[in-house]
Design a protein around this ligand. Sequence first.
Ligand SMILES: Cc1cc2nc3c(=O)[nH]c(=O)nc-3n(C[C@H](O)[C@H](O)[C@H](O)COP(=O)(O)O)c2cc1C
Length: 179
Amino acid sequence: MTKNVLVISTSMRKGGNSDTLADSFAKGAERQGNTVEKISLAGKKIGFCIGCLSCQKTQKCVLKDDAAEIVEKMKNADVIAFATPIYYYEMAGQMKTLLDRANPLYPSDYKFRDIYLLASSAEDDNAAMDRAVIGLQGWIECFPKCGLKGVVRATGVEAVGDIQGKPVLNEAFEMGQNV
Ligand SMILES: Cc1cc2nc3c(=O)[nH]c(=O)nc-3n(C[C@H](O)[C@H](O)[C@H](O)COP(=O)(O)O)c2cc1C
């Protein structure tokens, strides 16, 4: 069965390390005939959640910016892969901001079931991603019909291009193939 796969690249560095992981994952998923869309948050306007909670009644956000379109795509995807750089041993703030802005989905009949995390860090230690995994799991726990299906940890990559030629790109491709 083919799936709708949404890949959300949250780094502002297009062509950077996590964005390249996102591309590999997307190519793998496409190779298997899935319908794949990749979105980059670079250049998008996404404000902070203001905590008004009106979305819990209306399933819409009162803020008018680029989040609404992305959140709608999240709602209708079977699979969502988040790609993030590690900032201060956590997911990047722009990814967290998007997760918060996805609050209209909490009372909704969201379709997504499988969540993936693709992360890159300068430090050459898998533990660099641990808090990002835990952070994403906190979000996932609030959407009990979905689960974390895979994590790719690209460590030891700092500058744009550092990830080129690394085996971790194959890992992301294969994970994409197996969604
Ligand atoms: C604000 C900031 C904070 C960072 N914090 C960490 C960190 O805590 N640990 C780490 O290993 N790398 C850290 N890095 C390095 C990035 O995680 C690394 O360069 C990553 O590969 C960038 O991914 P990107 O090219 O997709 O943006 C930080 C980079 C920035 C800009």
